[in-house]
Design a protein around this ligand. Structure first.
Ligand code: DGJ
Length: 753
């Protein structure tokens, strides 16, 4: 065994431990410790250079947790040959840091490869480590960033003796944020080709199964619904094979103690910063231990590594909280806002927009668009966004994608002319694009029929009547981006909405040899990230919104490029209560695209009060998506007021702490949530009363996150309460008339008693 020693100046020896500020290695006990403000993560190099996982959870002082592993006869599990007569050493029961396939560990594994001779075993042993200041980065993949004050990196190298495959386990330790990131760099140092069949981004072994899994499932227009299930024997999984992180499952999961609630209890979050196929598997094994792995889905995945080649997995952002699910959400919200989202709009006030999609769909002309923008200006909006239908022959969704040239029969004089009129109103301008797609009825497809993903001799699968461009190919990416840059340059757009309205299918690239077809899904994602990187580099001040048929790619990967994502194509305020509730567990509120739309709602036919729609949309990026020309005078007045009201609370939405005060899956009377400023001097409670009742109950709601001894004034009534009263005695919900009534409270800390 050899140990590398970090080279940073403040790396010190303290009582046999080599330490950085928040990472240590004890040469005697061979225990690594990673410290965050409220958690510690421990690993140990054990017999036969096996890297075992010891502990992740609340700080346990200077103890190491190696006592948790005890030796028992495991003769009926596999015992490595080198263990000789020792039947107590078995990889099948040992908690490991990153397990390989084919060496007697029959559980789900983190790494599987095949070798040139057709064998598939891999046995990873500890080789060395290195500690560095600052956070590691990944080539071409989204990941958290951190300078020397914010983060430290531990890199542990494992290797396979036979093939000399090196596996670099990367740990980014963000002490103040209470976050540890993980990724794996696999390097072929041998002289034969190795093909990766599965390379999970991390593994986490727990000593018992007494936990629940919380995950976020759904469908198009109903994303990120919440489900909580106990772990059971066998394998549970959450996954996407659609080439996108998907509407159906989300690459963020929580494991928590059975008793964990919003306010109390232990919980662990795992967020994969990746927008393509993923799989999270949790296995409860024969010894009642639980193993979680998360990473790129092994389905239709393989990656060939010739001598010297390197493969990097996407990053997992991992957090532990002992303060319940709210505590865990706060960690993710803060971490993403400070060290994942790069846009200046993460804290800067965002222009409040009107989008023409639900107002016009494909049916508009220049005057119609201008009138929406003019009305928007009159009621106090900041930006007009032109959605789908402005280019090529795009009068329906059967044609036009790929032809990023303005349709002058709809927009006379072209985009620069329309945009100059809109900007002359004092409005900003935003534009919709869908760069990854092509319609069969388009010049792009007619000229380059081979630029799509298509399996030879087989017909394509249509979805929304469009096809996937082969984004793995550089010439395709460069062509599309050149078209789009030409348009954006010509009109000086302030905002871009990047849409993706179908899953990836027919997964075959004519530009890759047969043995590399397993790389297509991942190379597709790398291509998308490269295009997005070009966009944000070229236009650093652009407000960039991601979208994939609504919330089909709502993940930490996309947030690295855009500060907001269109949360769902469903704009119905009542359905949004569940969608936004589920999304809030893992993602900051300010990342959720949310608009006031018309009623009866276009997706559900439901009618809700105009004010209620605004209250729900203000738990997000807030904007409008309806024909402003057709607002009644009362609605116009309300809209003006709503915009002003939102501007008063925007700082709380963007930077405050968010509390889910009720669970829409368990309470059908009301749904409420709360924002609290970081200094705890201001709080807003918003929500919707779902059903009106005759002879009604008094529903008391209990606030959170306030200073118990301080006083808070209700800005609507002037009543003053202590923080303790608001949190412990509660306040009654107003009794309204009719269903779907809005709930709004705004309290400010006061010296009045
Ligand atoms: C799906 C998006 O989510 C909608 O907002 C809209 O942009 C349409 N695509 C346009 O095709």
């Amino acid at each position: 065994m050899s140990t590398g020693v970090g080279t940073r100046p403040f790396l010190e020896w303290v009582k046999g431990e080599i330490i950085m500020k928040h990472i240590s290695y004890n040469e005697k006990t061979k225990v690594f410790k990673l410290h965050t403000k409220n958690s510690v993560y421990q690993m140990q190099v054990r017999d036969y250079d096996t890297l075992a996982h010891l502990y992740f959870g609340a700080d346990i002082g200077d103890s190491d947790a190696s006592h948790r592993i005890i030796s028992l006869d495991r003769g009926f599990s596999g015992n490595p040959y080198e263990a000789g007569d020792d039947r107590t050493f078995s990889l099948d029961v040992l908690p490991q840091e990153y397990s390989g396939y084919g060496n007697g560990d029959y559980r789900i594994n983190a790494l599987e490869v095949t070798h040139e001779d057709g064998s598939d075993a891999i046995h990873l042993r500890y080789e060395s480590y290195q500690m560095t200041e600052g956070k590691y980065s990944l080539k071409g993949l989204p990941c958290m960033f951190g300078n020397a004050e914010e983060a430290e990196t531990l890199e542990i190298v494992l290797y396979d003796r036979i093939t000399n495959l090196k596996v670099h386990l990367l740990y980014g330790v963000f002490y103040d944020l209470d976050v540890i990131t993980r990724s794996v760099r696999i390097e072929n140092k041998g002289d034969r080709t190795v093909t990766i069949q599965r390379a999970m981004s991390m593994e986490m072994d727990y000593p018992n199964k007494h936990m629940d899994l919380i995950h976020f499932y759904g469908r198009h227009s109903m994303e990120r619904l919440t489900e909580r299930l106990p772990l059971y024997h066998g394998v549970q999984s959450v996954e996407s094979k659609r080439g996108m992180s998907s509407h159906q499952h989300n690459p963020f999961v929580i494991l928590c103690d059975r008793g964990t609630s919003e306010k109390h209890g232990d919980c662990y979050g795992f967020a994969l910063a990746y927008s393509g196929n993923f799989r999270c598997e949790i296995e409860v094994d024969q010894m009642e231990q639980a193993r979680l792995v998360i990473g790129i889905h092994p389905y239709h995945f393989s990656f060939r590594l010739n001598t010297g080649d390197v493969f990097e997995t996407p990053e997992v952002i991992m957090a532990y909280s002992s303060e319940g699910l709210s505590g865990l959400s706060h960690i993710y919200h803060d971490a993403y806002r400070s060290n994942l989202i790069r846009s200046k709009y993460v804290t800067a006030p965002r222009p409040i927009l009107v989008n023409n999609w639900e107002a016009t769909y494909f049916n508009f002309d220049e005057e119609k668009l201008y009138n929406i923008a003019k009305n928007a200006k009159e009621i106090g909006l900041d930006m007009f966004v032109l959605d789908d239908g402005w280019f090529g022959k795009r009068d329906t969704d059967y044609s036009g994608l790929g032809d990023w040239v303005v349709n002058e029969s709809k927009i006379k004089g072209g985009l620069p002319h329309l945009v100059s009129r809109i900007k002359a109103l004092g409005m900003k301008f935003g534009l919709w694009i869908e760069p990854e797609m092509v319609s069969e009825d388009s010049d792009l497809y007619r000229n380059h029929p081979d630029w799509i993903l298509r399996i030879p001799q087989r017909n394509m699968t249509r979805s929304r009547h469009q096809l996937n461009l082969d984004i793995t190919r550089k010439e395709v990416r460069d062509y599309v981006m050149a078209q789009i840059f030409r348009v954006l340059d010509s009109c000086g757009a302030d905002y871009v909405k990047w849409d993706m309205n179908r899953s990836v299918a027919n997964v075959y690239s004519s530009a890759l040899p047969s043995e590399r077809q397993g790389e297509v899904f991942h190379r597709y994602m790398l291509g998308v990230y490269e295009m997005m990187e070009q966009l944000v580099t070229r236009y650093p001040d652009l407000l960039f919104e991601n979208c994939a048929g609504g919330g089909g790619r709502f993940d930490a990967g996309m947030l690295y490029y855009s500060p907001q994502i269109w949360c769902s194509d469903n704009t119905d305020a009542i359905d949004r209560l569940k969608i936004q509730y589920g999304t809030s567990f893992g993602y900051p509120i300010s990342t959720m695209g949310a608009h006031v739309s018309v009623c009866p709602n276009h997706q559900t036919g439901r009618t809700t009060p105009f004010e209620t729609r605004a209250v729900v949309a203000s738990a997000g990026t807030f904007g409008f998506e309806l024909d402003l020309e057709h607002l009644t005078p009362e609605e116009r007045e309300m809209a003006q007021k709503q915009i002003q009201e939102y501007k008063k609370i925007e700082h709380l939405v963007q930077t405050g702490d968010y509390y889910r005060l009720s669970d829409p899956f368990r309470n059908d009377d009301y749904v409420i949530w709360q924002f609290v400023s970081k200094d705890k001097k201001e709080t807003v409670v918003n929500g919707v009363q779902l059903r009106n009742e005759p002879n009604p109950h008094i529903h008391l709601i209990y606030l959170d996150g306030l200073l118990p001894q301080e006083h808070y004034e209700d800005l609507a009534t002037g009543s003053v309460y202590t923080g303790a009263a608001l949190m412990k005695a509660g306040i009654p919900l107003p009794v309204g008339k009719g269903d779907y009534q809005p709930i709004q409270f705004h309290f400010i800390k006061t010296d009045k008693h």
